[in-house]
Design a protein around this ligand. Sequence first.
Ligand SMILES: [Fe+2]
Ligand SMILES: [Fe+2]
Length: 262
Amino acid sequence: MRVLFFGDVVGRSGLKALSFFLGPLKEETKADFVIVNGENAASDGRGLTYDDYLEIYGAGADCVTLGNHFDRKPDILSHLDEEKGIVRPAGYSEEKRGYPSRAYFVPGHGRIRVSNVMGQGLMDRDYASPYEAIDRILRESDEVVHFVDFHAESTSEKGIFAHYLAGKVSAVVGTHTHVQTSDERILNGHTAFMSDVGMCGDYDGIIGFDAETTVDKFVRGKRLSLRPGSGKTLMANAVLVDIDEHSGAARKIERINRKETL
Ligand SMILES: [Fe+2]
Ligand SMILES: [Fe+2]
């Protein structure tokens, strides 16, 4: 089974990048299943509305994972339970809505489980142990193919989490930093890993946000709200993981980085 995973979609430019790149990349890579991290898809780059989710789904995603911004737009919360395409992160002790892990049937290839887990270091809130969260998910599931989006800030925490899961899941890919790393590898001959997949959005921005506004705010002290960049040049960062659906072992992990000036 070939799984294509796109890094955090940032604002309108991220949605534009996704609708521009997803279809052709799915065809080119012969992907059977597409996962998109949508935690920054809202027009202000924080969270996503239900309409943003529908747009990502309409662009060709089979599953949308999230992150620390997942509950910023209240209208998404009422859809977390029934909308099977959304997987919200594990780690919120107070969170009762939605699921941090869901299984999907891929015609001709069997089942895939997708899980979304939050890291703890340098985060905006206190999150529960990602190790306990993924252990609970593993105890309660039996899918051979299991893809994990680990939403965390530091490469070291991502490495620890991936090594903890080496041999137990098919893939652990990092999201949240919006910068693609070049450390893709297969751990224990089984688990594909990359510290961060990157982002989809404005190529000229700062992690997808408008560079000028961001510099004015942080360097010149102007009281501005950060906003996603306009996206004259669009970028899409993704990763393709080829998984043996009988053993659940990843055969290959391949980094993808595309840009296009409109
Ligand atoms: Fe993000
Ligand atoms: Fe995040």
